[in-house]
Ligand binder design. Sequence first.
Ligand SMILES: NC(=O)c1ccc[n+]([C@@H]2O[C@H](COP(=O)([O-])OP(=O)(O)OC[C@H]3O[C@@H](n4cnc5c(N)ncnc54)[C@H](OP(=O)(O)O)[C@@H]3O)[C@@H](O)[C@H]2O)c1
Length: 259
Amino acid sequence: MSSFTLITGASMGIGEAFVREFAVQGHNLVLVARSVDKLQLLAEELRRKRGIQVEVCVMDLSENGAAESVYAFCCKRNIHVDVLVNCAGVSCAGSFVHIDLEKIEELVMVNMVAIAKLTRLFVADMVVKKKGTLLNIASLGGLQGVPGLGLYSATKAFLITLSEALAVELQGKGVDVVVVCPGFIATTIFANSGHNVNAIRLPLSTTDVVVKSTMKGLQKNKLRVFPTLLDRCLVFSQRFVSRKTAVRLAGFFAAVEKN
Ligand SMILES: NC(=O)c1ccc[n+]([C@@H]2O[C@H](COP(=O)([O-])OP(=O)(O)OC[C@H]3O[C@@H](n4cnc5c(N)ncnc54)[C@H](OP(=O)(O)O)[C@@H]3O)[C@@H](O)[C@H]2O)c1
């Protein structure tokens, strides 16, 4: 049975940046997302340039049973996943009372249900092998509610809370847990979620910064990673303001246009 790093949301943005970093480190990879063409092109490039094994698992994680299918895909190919990167995520900007009900289901399925199930399935095997790494990509938005991104921020709070609990549950079992909380990163997530990126009142960082800080965090055995100095300052500043002010500030910085 060969060891692989499985990355969801591998087709673009932060997920693709993790794919490239783990490829440089010589990991065999399972790439999960819906965009079959992007995944296949990326897989071919990495096999050619890095000489690693790359499997493409085309999956819509918003569908019932998706996590089980990803797990079955790996079992069928005798793949042991020793690093799981839960990066796939969707956002939705605007007033909560106007969100389509289908969108609510999509966010909950991709950002919460699929992650919880993938984690349950793959981490159980890591525990048996007494070796593994779980990398969850949450968000600074998960540290408090963000007006205009209420549901998204709630799903990220879920991921932070789950990761914190797992880190303690898994202590001494050979499985490291890291939850990454980036601020705003230049990717397509804003265009896809109806969030006007030009209105955001904070500088955008890059996917490379997220990946580098995560690798450092892993080395230093950190549970939570805040990629930039600005992210760390924002987290620190929360100690000096009320919870309500923190929420208002988060909404001010995100600057989601009212609908
Ligand atoms: N960009 C930011 O400012 C920021 C900040 C904090 C946290 N994050 C988090 O970072 C993660 C990556 O986001 P990103 O900024 O890189 O966004 P992105 O460029 O939009 O990438 C999102 C990834 O998720 C995949 N995905 C979305 N829906 C999916 C579905 N139903 N099934 C399977 N895969 C799906 C997409 O692949 P396909 O479309 O090919 O399926 C894509 O690979 C997310 O969890 C996001 O919440 C982003």
